[in-house]
Design a protein around this ligand. Structure first.
Ligand SMILES: [Fe+2]
Length: 143
């Protein structure tokens, strides 16, 4: 069974970001499944690197939108993203020291962090977008 199941609960109503989030779910599942199927450490680590690269791309895209929308919560949101990046970097350092046993914890952390972050922080931003009568009407927004 996959670690992360995407369903409508996680949609924040902004298509670009929903697509990114779904892609992150897929990448986390792929690494998790690979690890469980006994894929070698190096291969799982490669999947994690890809995942991190995509997460960094996604955070930048999200922050750019927030900047364009003059979102007042951007500083706190940026701080949340930074916490994730720092925590994962810390876990990857541990990986060098203790090996693959840390990979499951890393993926579990990503799973928990991402779902909470979407449901709380990203949703807060989506709400702000809806409440702004003068907010630019984005062609990608579905809400
Ligand atoms: Fe975010």
């Amino acid at each position: 069974m996959s670690l992360m199941e995407w369903d409508g609960t996680y949609s924040i109503g902004i298509k670009e970001l929903d697509d990114h989030h779904q892609h992150l779910f897929m990448l986390i599942n792929r690494a998790f499944d690979g690890y469980n199927r006994g894929m070698g450490d190096a291969a799982v680590k490669k999947l994690l690197d890809e995942l991190l690269e995509y997460a960094t791309y996604h955070f930048s895209a999200e922050e750019m939108r927030m900047g364009e929308d003059a979102y007042p919560g951007i500083e706190e949101h940026y701080r949340q993203h930074k916490l994730f990046v720092n925590k994962v970097a810390e876990l990857m350092e541990l990986y060098k020291a203790v090996g693959s046993s840390i990979l499951t914890s890393t993926l579990m952390f990503m799973n928990t962090w991402l779902t909470r972050h979407i449901l709380q922080h990203d949703r807060e931003y989506a709400r702000y977008c809806l409440e702004q009568p003068t907010a630019p009407k984005r062609p990608t927004a579905t809400a």
